[in-house]
Design a protein around this ligand. Structure first.
Ligand code: NBP
Length: 478
């Protein structure tokens, strides 16, 4: 039995395809699954594709590997990852590397990194995006962990990743949970992107009055401009699909209840923890949860009044307005996601290279898009950028689109079409560009009922007004 260079445990769709991708690069690989029958099925189906060693047990898997051992864990996120780690650790030697390539939550990755380090093991939390096809043909890979652990797997990971203009979509993200964090934000941005597309579809259907086939063609056209991306491309394909049963568009018979598996929610929760305004992604998560309340919505549709949409069909420029609103909102969603990664980098001590994140998302992953080249360029010129909206290209893009964006939000509001991501992105833009907002009154109220104190615009120090007593202002900081 020849020594395998790397091992994979967990041969469901992602682990199997990742293992095949590695084997196809000529790397000898050992494969294992908790239920051994799955390993047998894998070898029967794909054994000819490379130098596989089938391992019946984790002991066999460990024995099959050259040292330091490198083991990719591709099992269901959560408790199963902990179970695999605790079974593996007694079998491993100091310096061996456990690579969790599933969708683990980054605090778990930080904990597991520390626990493995106590036992002399190196742990990597690696984000992998691209679904089953990406795993097989070239995903976007976001590896987190110690630099020396990454050095031991760089050649393999960069060779199996998607390649764009000769550059692999894989770069060392940072220590401990950084890789899974960046993957989490990637998924959050994916939520926002999809929600924005859904809002555009809703407006094209119910305000512009277009049929599904026409809307599919519009998305296909949009895919040749600034919006060019995998998600816009597949929107055109999904809208063009005919249902075999009804003969009409398939989307017309798909129930309007969207699932959310956790990464979008985690992104929003961490934004709240970090104090980062992340309106587009958070609204996208809420929109999915609202969509799932189908029984309540059915009752509300029969009870709650409001305008009936449909009065915009005579506006020739409506379709292009919606395109511009989609683009401007998308710029905001990405600006917020990148601002969150910047805040996380500072809070968790990761030193993230945000331009590199845009670079590795250009291929292999669900949010791959031309647009990411602009973000990569922005960070190349301004590595310490606070907000992407402040870069001339994006400042101008939003300035050019904003009249249309405002018209779309006004029309949607007048006609009773919910556009939470379009409108919250516009509100964020208007809030961000205000030198002085209304939070002065918030502070006044907080000081009134809770003596929370306030700062003044005209002098240093912290102040409280004795609202319920003599009304005098007192300085509270000395
Ligand atoms: P699943 O998430 O469906 O997990 C199935 C695998 O986990 C099987 O190999 C199963 O073994 C194993 N497993 C379970 Br369940 N509990 C286990 C335990 N206690 N000990 C050992 N093994 C256990 O697989 P997947 O869809 O291939 O996804 C794998 C990871 O990749 C997940 O974290 C997922 O979130 C992530 N991911 C998935 C996609 C995607 O498109 N599917 C994309 C990107 C990332 P068994 O055969 O014995 O039951």
């Amino acid at each position: 039995m020849s020594e395998s260079v790397i091992g994979v445990t967990g041969l469901a769709v992602m682990g199997a395809n990742l293992a095949r991708n590695i084997a196809r690069r000529g790397v000898p690989i050992a494969v294992h699954n908790r239920t051994p029958a799955r390993t047998g099925e894998f070898i029967d189906a794909y054994g000819e594709e490379g130098a596989f060693t089938a391992a019946e047990s984790l002991e066999d898997l460990v024995d099959a590997l050259e040292k330091p051992r490198r083991i990719i864990v591709m099992v269901k996120a959560g408790q199963p990852v902990d179970e695999v780690i605790s079974e593996l650790t007694p079998l491993l030697d100091e310096g061996d590397i456990i690579i969790d390539a599933g969708n683990s939550h980054f605090p778990d990755t930080r904990r597991r990194t520390a626990e493995c380090a106590e036992r002399g093991l190196r742990f990597m939390g690696v984000g992998v995006s691209g679904g089953e096809e990406g795993a097989l043909l070239g995903p976007s890979i976001m590896p987190g962990g110690d630099a020396d652990a990454y050095a031991a797997v760089t050649e393999i990971l960069t060779s199996i990743a998607a390649q764009v203009d000769g550059t692999p979509c894989c770069v060392h993200v940072g220590p401990d949970g950084a890789g899974h964090y960046v993957k989490m934000v990637h998924n959050g941005i994916e939520y926002a992107d999809i929600q924005l597309i859904a809002e555009a579809y809703d407006l094209l259907t119910h305000v512009a009055g277009l049929d599904t086939a026409a809307i599919g063609k519009i998305f296909a056209e949009w895919n040749s401009g600034d919006l060019e991306s995998f998600l816009i491309e597949i929107t055109a394909t999904v809208l063009a699909k005919t249902d075999e049963t009804t003969g009409g568009p398939l989307v017309d018979v798909i129930a309007d209840q969207a699932e959310q598996k956790g990464t979008g929610r985690w992104t929003a929760i961490d934004a709240l923890d970090l104090g980062v305004p992340l309106t587009a992604i958070t609204e996208a998560v809420f929109a999915r949860t609202l969509s799932s309340l189908s029984d309540e919505r059915r009752a509300a549709a029969a009870t709650l009044g409001g305008p009936t949409p449909g009065g915009g069909a005579n506006r020739d420029d409506l379709v292009d307005d919606i395109r511009q609103a989609l683009y401007a909102s998308k710029v905001v969603a990405y600006a917020q996601g990148f601002a969150q990664m910047r805040a996380a980098s500072q809070a968790y001590g990761w030193d993230l290279d945000l331009g590199a994140m845009a670079t590795i998302w250009r291929g292999g992953c669900i949010i791959r898009a031309q647009f990411l080249n602009r973000i990569r360029d922005a960070y190349a010129e301004h590595p310490d950028l606070d907000n992407l909206l402040m870069v001339p290209y994006f400042t101008q893009a939003v300035a050019d689109a904003q009249d249309a964006w405002r018209r779309v939000v006004v029309t949607a509001t007048e006609q009773g079409v919910a556009v939470p991501a379009f409108s919250s992105s516009l509100s964020y833009y208007d809030g961000y560009r205000r030198e002085r907002g209304p939070a002065n009154l918030i502070q006044g109220l907080r000081d009134f009922f809770g003596a929370h104190t306030y700062l003044r615009t005209d002098t240093e120090g912290s102040f409280h007004t004795r609202w319920g007593q003599d009304g005098a202002e007192v300085r509270t900081d000395g």
